[in-house]
Design a binder for this molecule. Structure first.
Ligand code: DQA
Length: 147
């Protein structure tokens, strides 16, 4: 399976950013571990601090002309855009039936009120939140189980 992981704003700072919430590990070191674990699958990772960059990655996963951009499924951590980006929600709907799993490192439901609402969750296959970086692995397992 070709799985694209899309990380949104501020997730490039994992390891440095609020480590009491997001941990002290960089995403690249975690991603290397995931790739070593899932050698039978192709994992790709893109990160963008811009709404448009996330939308472009989603479009390319479904409709990209370059083979390496396309994916069978997407794991999306849209960061704060989760809570208000109708444009990203529309992009997820626009690439259906490509499955998208929403992921959060922190338990967004145990934090500030505004983080409890996701505009993207209704158009995703499902949501995994609160397991630290392991949320991404759990999303991969869910995708593999749902093939
Ligand atoms: C996050 C939760 C969001 O509320 C926050 O804006 C993030 C990270 C998470 O992974 O826990 O940037 O998506």
């Amino acid at each position: 399976m070709k799985i694209l992981i899309v990380n949104g704003p501020n997730l490039n700072l994992l390891g440095k950013r609020e480590p009491h919430i997001y941990g002290s590990r960089t995403f690249q070191s975690y991603f290397d571990e995931l790739q070593a674990k899932y050698t039978g699958h192709t994992l790709r990772h893109v990160q963008s601090n811009c709404e448009g960059g996330i939308i472009d990655a989603l479009h390319e996963a479904a409709y990209g002309s370059a083979d390496e951009c396309r994916a069978d499924a997407v794991i999306l951590n849209a960061g704060a855009y989760t809570h208000y980006s109708v444009a990203i929600a529309d992009a997820i709907a626009a690439i259906a039936p490509l499955p998208v799993i929403e992921v959060h490192i922190s338990n967004v439901h145990a934090r500030e009120e505004f983080r409890r609402h996701s505009v993207t969750a209704p158009v995703c296959l499902g949501t995994i939140a609160g397991f630290g970086l392991d949320s991404y692995r759990l999303a991969i397992e869910a995708l593999l189980d749902n093939q």
